[in-house]
Write a protein that binds this ligand. Structure first.
Ligand code: ZN
Length: 194
């Protein structure tokens, strides 16, 4: 099985690239997509929780300044955890230190000097969506009722926000089983045997 490497094996050439800085149209489409996923996901998660926890009779939420600020803090926290999970998989597969960036409305993790085989990169790309989703579902089942709307909001946001990861995953599926991916955090490049 292929393993991660800092030097591509001979005979590999670039077969595709996703660069949201260059491809503004794709960047806008993904942002719209994230929003379109977020809304139904929030209602789906709330509905799911009400269905599995019939003890919940209403989700009445009073919005206070404190809650708004905690929500902003939690959104940033989930964003950081999301990128740390990407980074953790980069590290697990390469033992190289990943790079991170956190700016307003924009965060990434990358491993600019590494090439990851298809399967490893697929796991790295979808890791945050799957892990935060699974932990979120567990919390929806177990957390105090007053936390439910906030948890559903955060999980829905992470799911919508992972649309770029899902896009990368589907692009990766088109690559051959022996392909490699390089991810600077901002640009993903695919390499296949020529
Ligand atoms: Zn991600």
């Amino acid at each position: 099985m292929n393993t991660s490497t800092q030097t591509l094996p001979a005979g590999y050439i670039q077969s595709g690239q996703i660069d949201l800085k260059k491809d503004k149209r794709l960047a806008i489409l993904l942002n719209i997509g994230a929003f379109i996923v977020f809304i139904p996901m929030f209602y789906l998660l709330s509905g799911f929780t009400a269905w599995v926890r019939p003890d919940i009779t209403n989700f009445s939420v009073t919005i206070t300044i404190v809650k708004v600020f905690s929500a902003i803090g939690l959104v940033v926290l989930v964003l950081i955890i999301h990128e740390i999970i990407h980074g953790l998989f980069f590290w697990i597969f390469s033992r190289g230190m990943p790079v991170f960036a956190l700016r307003p409305l924009y965060a990434y993790a990358g491993a600019p000097t590494w090439f990851f085989p298809k399967r490893q990169y697929a796991i790295t790309a979808l890791g945050p969506l799957v892990i935060i989703g699974a932990v979120g579902l567990l919390l929806l089942l177990l957390a105090p009722i007053s936390w439910i709307p906030m948890i559903a909001f955060l999980v829905a946001l992470n799911t919508g926000g992972a649309i770029g990861d899902v896009f990368v995953f589907f692009r990766l599926l088109k690559c051959s089983p022996t392909s490699f991916a390089n991810d600077t955090g901002e640009v993903v490049t695919f390499f296949e045997r020529s």
